[in-house]
Design a protein around this ligand. Structure first.
Ligand code: HEC
Length: 159
């Protein structure tokens, strides 16, 4: 299951680079080129953008007590974090492990279908996101609990 959701995650990530894929499909269909065999490596910022979207969806799924959807979004987010850690070896291991504890607590809250615990542990996950941004010299990327049901409703844009 984990392998499966991870490969679905990779597909979604690859879809982020739609123009690149369209170009290679076009070339493949023309019969002059074959698809590249190397693994497509998304930039860390692309993985993070996928993580951001899932962070927002996870919040609204939990608030709506749609636990199946919340569990799904959490698994996807987890797969994205695993990809980031696997593909970008420069990421300090401590930053990834700091995420692990709140992610597990959130998983438990979802399994227990507990909205209050979900809200609390969601904040802890969000704090861990920002902790890594600070430690990786991106203190200006500030994530918070979504306040508007918008794709980027979890990010602070004022300085
Ligand atoms: C292990 C470290 C780490 C963790 C954990 C982490 N991030 Fe990031 N994040 C980064 C780094 C590094 C960048 C900058 C990437 C770049 O420079 O291309 C980034 C960038 C971002 C961006 C900006 C993307 C863009 O291109 O505009 C968003 C949004 C983001 N992260 C959201 C999150 C959220 C939400 C979480 C938690 C669920 C999270 N991040 C957890 C390291 C982390």
């Amino acid at each position: 299951m984990r392998e499966k959701s991870r490969s679905i995650g990779a597909l979604i990530l690859a879809a982020l680079s739609a123009s690149l894929i369209m170009t290679s499909l076009g070339l493949a269909q023309s019969g002059r080129f074959t698809l590249p065999s190397e693994e497509y490596i998304p930039h860390l910022g692309e993985i993070m953008s996928a993580i951001q979207a899932r962070h927002v969806k996870l919040w609204y799924a939990g608030k709506a007590a749609n636990w199946d959807l919340a569990a799904f979004e959490l698994r996807q987010l987890n797969a994205n974090l695993a990809d980031a850690a696997r593909l970008y070896t420069g990421i300090p291991v401590s930053d990834v492990t700091t995420m692990a504890a709140p992610m597990h607590s959130l998983e438990d809250a979802i399994a227990a279908k507990d909205v209050r615990r979900f809200s609390k542990t969601f904040s802890e996950v969000t704090e861990a996101c920002n902790g890594c941004h600070v430690s990786m010299e991106r203190p200006f990327i500030v994530i918070h609990t979504p306040t508007e049901q918008q794709p980027l409703g979890d990010q602070r844009f004022s300085p």
